[in-house]
Ligand binder design. Structure first.
Ligand SMILES: NC(=O)c1ccc[n+]([C@@H]2O[C@H](COP(=O)([O-])OP(=O)(O)OC[C@H]3O[C@@H](n4cnc5c(N)ncnc54)[C@H](OP(=O)(O)O)[C@@H]3O)[C@@H](O)[C@H]2O)c1
Length: 286
């Protein structure tokens, strides 16, 4: 049995689906009964609990041979989530620990990256057999704009249109995670960057959206301050807002991408490009 933490989120659900597809027995730890229902529908067993609670994590890890650890997105408790998951793995005799990190975790200017690097260190000090996966931003983040694109004909971003990103398809990432988790030994003691296959400016992204939808979508730049105020009003914690502010500034100044070679190698085929992915989404939703 493989335990997936943070199982109720979009990453968790994608990894569970990929694991179930490979015939693995999967358990997920989730926060609520509603999230438990969602992952049961995907074919996983669900444990409702708090990932910061040692006893809940031990209960979830009992009988697992591997843990795929996903911390909630941009969460100031990232290091605690990591330590609790590692401790549960050790006490419950789990053999393998696979960590969902992010690309370029070494960037100290970005707190969420720096937290992930600390967790990577703890894993390496744990004595567990480990694999660390480091994805770039997901193509699926664009879906946060679906309503704007469809209802207002606008693609809204909190950085300049020249900002370059190397986005990865979450389904490709989940396929790799499932392959790593269901293959013994081959991927132990490794850290893999999972970077999308192309480096695209926001102009490129917009052009693709226009081409696929056949609609005259316009680009709207929202200031980082306005984005943050909106997030605060939506209930986002101040520490998370501050991280997003820094992240958008970093992306605008330096861009964010990695080398796609490792992802192609792990997949055993070329990774999905943005247009192919968006086309699939458009056909399934429009
Ligand atoms: N998005 C990207 O482009 C990207 C790129 C690279 C790496 N990543 C990494 O991917 C990871 C996952 O991102 P995501 O967007 O899938 O995460 P997410 O949507 O925040 O999912 C996390 C899940 O964990 C649950 N949760 C929160 N606190 C919990 C607790 N104390 N105990 C049990 N469950 C709890 C959440 O439930 P509630 O929703 O009910 O709170 C949610 O279902 C993050 O670590 C992020 O850094 C993301």
């Amino acid at each position: 049995m493989i335990l997936v933490t943070g199982a109720g989120g979009k990453t968790g659900r994608a990894v569970i689906s990929a694991l179930v597809q490979r015939g693995a027995t999967v358990r997920g730890i989730v926060k609520s009964a509603a999230a438990a229902e969602k992952i049961r529908a995907l074919g996983a067993e669900a444990v409702i609990g708090d990932m910061l609670n040692v006893e809940d994590m031990r209960r979830a890890a009992t009988g697992a041979r591997a843990i795929y650890h996903i911390a909630p997105n941009v969460n100031p408790d990232e290091i605690e989530f990591g330590k609790t998951a590692i401790a549960a793995a050790k006490t419950e005799g789990v053999e393998r620990f696979v960590f969902h990190s992010l690309c370029h975790s070494q960037i100290e200017a970005l707190p969420n990256h720096w937290w992930k690097l600390r967790v990577e260190e703890k894993i390496k000090e744990s004595g567990l057999n480990f694999t660390i996966l480091q994805p770039t931003p997901y193509m699926q983040n664009v879906l946060g704009q679906w309503h704007n694109i469809m209802e207002r004909g606008a693609y809204e971003i909190p950085y300049q249109p020249t900002t370059k990103l190397g986005m990865v398809d979450l389904a490709d990432l989940a396929e790799v995670a499932a392959k790593v988790l269901t293959t013994e030994k081959t991927y132990d003691w490794a850290t893999y960057e999972l970077a999308g296959p192309e480096v695209l400016t926001q102009h490129d992204v917009l052009e693709t959206i226009r081409r696929v939808t056949g609609r005259e979508i316009r680009l709207e730049i929202i200031s980082r301050e306005d984005w943050c105020n909106r997030a605060r009003k939506g209930g986002m914690a101040e520490r998370a807002v501050e991280v997003f502010y820094k992240m958008f500034g970093f992306m605008e100044e330096y861009g964010f991408w990695g080398n796609p070679g490792v992802l192609d190698w792990l997949l055993g085929r070329p990774a999905r490009r943005f247009e192919e992915w968006f086309n699939g989404v458009w056909k399934s939703r429009a």
